[in-house]
Design a protein around this ligand. Structure first.
Ligand SMILES: NC(=O)c1ccc[n+]([C@@H]2O[C@H](COP(=O)([O-])OP(=O)(O)OC[C@H]3O[C@@H](n4cnc5c(N)ncnc54)[C@H](O)[C@@H]3O)[C@@H](O)[C@H]2O)c1
Ligand SMILES: O=C(O)C(=O)C[C@@H](O)[C@H](O)[C@H](O)COP(=O)(O)O
Ligand SMILES: [Zn+2]
Length: 360
């Protein structure tokens, strides 16, 4: 078992990573103060892991709300079901919400916890690779709006993150690949050695070799914890975690939520960012090819959707949360292992990047 801390003063919390944690009461008891729990899950993850979790939480009064599965249900309307379940069962401010699922459930349950009775505690139990390496850590919670990703939300930190790596054994292949996009992101923005390590360990990672996958999850959480501790509400370095997301969120919203998975859209977005960086002279040809090769080897898309025009991209990108004074700002790598936020990328640059990728 490995443990990390997200250091945020009196709101600091642990991240525990290991096999079988879902069945171990200790990891929950340390974080849960009251007697009541509301587990938020979905109709795919519930049948797989709810029984184990409820048994583990047998010292508490546990209620469950099961949401429909999918990015298209990450909405204010569906979130209302969580509030209804809490009210119907008379949950008060001492209730803890436990988010059992991937990033969609974690983001929604976290936002419900931030809002219900103006804030109740919550615990993240991420069950996808993407949620284990990224979304369960750092306190970004949200739902989508039809006009933009994660547009309604709050920064609200969990009490604890419990990562049971055994959950990955039931994860569909496509979801594993989507999670790898965020793993690769950490290598590009923060740790060139980790990027090289990924290039050399793809097979062991894919086989879910325990030591290898634990190392990858640990390193991603370590980087995220360090970044979030320095800049919890994204006024500086935290924006780097958004590499590929300005392009990626545009793809997700334009294609219809759930048609491109978040990780798939971010993968293509990172390729677009790499080509943009090459165009501006930040990355050389060899670095760009390494980024594209790793993303491609994992089986992630490297080209934007054929039907998406430059205007489609710009419409969505100008609503991105990093836009400042109506000026587009994107994250671009400056080498493999570091990145910057910049406002110098023009619409013409982006158009030429899209053209170059389509011609490949
Ligand atoms: N808050 C953040 O910092 C942050 C970071 C990255 C992504 N996100 C958000 O996370 C979401 C994407 O998360 P995701 O990739 O986990 O998608 P997801 O939550 O939709 O889960 C992917 C699929 O896998 C299923 N699933 C989950 N765990 C499983 C398991 N162990 N076995 C079998 N099936 C399982 C789910 O039911 C779903 O069908 C997006 O909404 C994205 O915006 C948030
Ligand atoms: O934690 C962060 O900060 C991130 O940007 C992580 C991203 O992987 C994640 O997709 C996040 O939800 C995007 O945030 P948004 O502010 O662009 O909606
Ligand atoms: Zn993301």
């Amino acid at each position: 078992m490995k443990r990390l801390t997200v250091a945020l003063g009196d709101r600091s919390y642990p991240i525990s990573i290991g096999p079988g944690l879902l069945g171990q009461p200790d990891f929950f008891q340390q974080a849960i103060k009251g007697r009541q729990i509301m587990v938020v899950t979905n109709d795919t993850v519930g049948p797989l892991y709810l029984d184990t979790l409820v048994k583990t939480l047998s010292a508490y009064q546990v209620d469950v709300v099961t949401l429909p599965d999918g990015e298209q249900y990450k909405t204010s309307e569906v979130l209302d079901d969580v509030y209804s379940a809490l009210l119907e069962k008379c949950h008060g401010r001492d209730t803890t919400i436990v988010a059992l699922g991937g990033g969609v459930i974690g983001d929604m349950a976290g936002f419900a916890a931030a809002c219900y009775q103006r804030g109740i505690p919550f615990v993240q139990v991420p069950t996808t690779l993407l949620a284990q390496v990224d979304s369960s850590v750092g306190g970004k919670t949200a739902v989508n709006h039809r006009l933009g990703k994660n547009m309604i939300g709050a920064f609200y930190q969990p009490q604890s993150v419990v990562i049971d790596i055994d959950c990955l054994k039931t994860l569909p292949e496509r979801e594993y690949r989507a999670g790898m996009a965020e793993v690769i992101k950490y290598g590009i923005i923060y740790d060139g050695e980790f990027f090289t390590w990924l290039e050399n360990h793809l097979d062991a990672l894919h086989a879910l070799d325990e030591q290898t996958i634990t190392h990858a999850i640990y390193r991603c959480c370590e980087i995220k914890a360090e970044v979030v501790a320095k800049d919890e509400t994204e006024h500086g370095i935290r924006a780097l975690l958004n590499l590929g997301h300005t392009f990626g969120h545009a793809i997700e919203a334009h294609q219809g939520y759930g048609n491109w998975l978040h990780g798939e859209a971010v993968a293509t977005g990172m390729v677009m960012a790499a080509l943009s960086a090459q165009k501006l002279g930040y990355l050389n040809d060899g670095q760009v090819e390494r980024i594209i090769a790793l993303i491609d080897q994992v089986g992630l898309p490297v080209k934007p959707p054929q039907a998406m025009s430059i205007d489609d991209f710009m419409t969505h990108m100008m609503r991105d949360k990093k836009v400042l004074n109506q000026q587009l700002r994107v994250i671009l790598p400056t080498t493999i292992g570091s990145a910057i936020i910049t406002d110098v990328l023009s619409q013409a640059d982006i158009e030429s990047v899209i053209g170059a990728l389509r011609a490949r």
